[in-house]
Design a protein around this ligand. Sequence first.
Ligand SMILES: [Mn+2]
Length: 391
Amino acid sequence: MANNQLVADSPKPEAGLLERRGSEQPTRALERMLEAHAGDRQIILLQDFPDPDALSSAWTYELIAKDYDITCDIFYAGTLSHQENVALVKLTGLPARRWNLQSNDNPDFAKYQGYVLIDNQGTTSQLTPLVKAAGVPLVLVIDHHAYQTKLEAEVLDVRPHIRATATILTQYLQAGLLELDRSNSRHVKCATALMHGLRSDTNHLMHAAEDDFLAAAYLSRYYDAQLLSAVLQASRSKRVMDVIERSLRNRKIENSVSIAGVGYLRYEDRDAIPQAADFLVTEENVHTAVVYGIVHDEDEEREVVIGSLRTSKITLDPDEFIKEAFGQDNQGRFFGGGRSMAGGFEIPIGFLSGFYENSDYNRLKWEVFDTQVKQKLLRLINPEDGVLNTD
Ligand SMILES: [Mn+2]
């Protein structure tokens, strides 16, 4: 299943020439596009909750493009919720900005001659429909997820067999689109960000394939190990710690699966859920952990159940498990899974949305969702008696 596949489709070993690793064809195509657009301004869209792979890859593209006289602005619509991502952006000066859909002082789409999708295909960004509606053309997609939608771009570089978009961008560097210089501090910081992106998308290189190792080897000449360790040591906020505490307190273990509902969370703290799941799965005799809670949006009008599954069991495919457990909505879309949100799920609350002063209502609502999520999970975990024992 997913984990075995990681090894099975590794590319064939080739001569280990680090400099020549970048594939000729995508490099030429990208180069032609860059030359044709000299003087342009492009907008790079990241997924709403960008991860280190997306952030570092976008920054690398921005640096490459600058060499071709193209100015790029990097935007995301959500938040940087993981403390490591906040630290990455702060410590490296990574030029990504939030596009707050609720506020009015956002840049004008009219000043962009093209938009670029990096580490996504537009399906995970709330900005995509806006950019499209403004008539900005899609000039480039660089991604490593399987095709999610039909894309028409000037240059498409989608390589699902590569584990990280950072690997693809590193290959562009190796192919000579931008020569890194160890005495240039921006280059060193960008190489450090790429190393972080590459490591975090490959589970610290454990799921890396040959291309990723070769890219990491190349980056090792330029990155700053101390800076990387500062990023990795970013501390958790008290609120994230509180969510982890709640998950510990509320967890129920059935057939080696640990399940924990953590109640309500603020939008900025949504990343506490995968972090709690990461922690619960480390318990003895537990192979899988599922943590979920209700996240309310800043304007507090939209609420959504968000959950994360982590497993160390090779035969358990998180994607299948989540699709099987929660099924589809009435338009046939699954509530989670897929490579873009591996191990994650999101269930809209719809009509029941809205956080009220009335705490009884909030408590009741949580209990309903908590019971329902548990029921769905237990049906899979204990097919014999899928009935929840509520105590
Ligand atoms: Mn990625």
